[in-house]
Structures are given as structure tokens and as C-alpha cells.
Design a protein around this ligand. Sequence first.
Ligand SMILES: [Zn+2]
Length: 235
Amino acid sequence: MSNTNILYQHGTLALLVPGLLDGTITMKELLRHGDTGIGTGEGLDGELVILDGTPYQVDSNGSVNIVKDDFTLPFANIHFGSYQPLTSVDGISQKELEEKILSLTSTNTFFSIELHGQFTNVKTRAVKKSHKPYDTLAKTAESQSIFEKDTVTGTLLSYYSPEIFDGAAVGGFHHHFLSDNHDFGGHLLSLGTASGDVKLQQFDTLEQHLPVKNQSYMDFDFSGEDILGDIHKSE
Ligand SMILES: [Zn+2]
């Protein structure tokens, strides 16, 4: 039996900041820990959305690809999907959506939101893969492509992290998007309005997996870095 109370996280956002962008887990291994998730590829190779066990990558050309088992990632969140209905929304803004979700659930634990429906003015980004030696997250993220759709039907997949876990994750929401016809998606920058059924899955356990076989990570000195400051600039 898969445990639907566990959020599995590989890597942390903090290790991306100074440019520790090696792929340190394979998709095959990641999918042992869930069927629903988000992440990025080695060298910030696009934005991942995993739905029903299928790993979709939105690359910097805006193409949506299904990645293979040997695709590697420096960072990912994944869990076994078991969502409960939370509420329905009809044409509300991103701010109203987030406030509504937060008013209906506790902000002191990790949770995921899945919203399938109709969206307007959706703006996403995907970064172009960089190669070693890696630059910082902020520098690498400068080579991002931005995509926009006026109206689109799709799935908004989001994770919420409590502010007290800022650093391991970014406190607050992290949204990724994938259109139903798999021609648009990525890391969500903004949306105009959202309509559809909002589903919630709350976790009681964060399983934090670290890349201990990656020498660059194990030897890195984080003491001189303004990790939190840089995370907030980049995300
Ligand atoms: Zn993202």
C-alpha cells in the first residue's frame, strides 16, 4: 500500500541556488515515491508535471515531452495522489484562489492542490538546460522562456509549504500547469482567472531525500551564501 500522507522531496530549493544542478535522482526511482508531482531536470532542463504516473516535461521551446526512466532531476516533489474535494471556483483571480484555499485548510502542514478546469491569461515559464560548470540559479534562470495562453483547459498542480520550512521549500504555493491537450504548461508565473473543482490532499509527513552520492553537494560550503534571499529573488 502506498502511503498517501507522505510528501517525498528530492533535493531542496536551497541547493539549486548556488548552482548544484546535477541530476541526482532518476525518473524511474522518483516514480517509486508517487504518481503525482513537480520538478525540474538536470541543469534546470524544463519544468516537470507528473500526473497519474506520467512524467511530462515542458521544455524551453514550449514543447511537452514524456521523459524516459533515465531522465535525471536535481529537485522534485512527488506523492501518491488521493485528493478530496475542497471547493469549486468560478472565474476568480489567482490571489482570490489562494486566499480561498488558505481559508479552508491549515497552513501549518504541507499540502497539494489539484485544480482541473478552465483558465484565462495563464503565464508560465520553462528554463533552457544549462551544462557544467553550472552558474547560479538566478543566472541560469535568466535563460527562461515565457509562454502565455488567453484561454486554456488544464490542470493546475500545486504544493504548499509552511513558512517555517522556507529554505527546504519556498514557503507558500509552488504551482505548475499542464494543458489537457499537452501543448502548453510549465512553472506558473501568473493566471488571470480560474474555474473548476479544487481538490486538496494534506500530508502529515515530509520525507526529505538528499543527494548524498553527489560529491558537489556533499562538499559545498553554504555558509557564505544568502540562500533564502536568493530563493525569493528567483522563485
Ligand atoms: Zn516550479
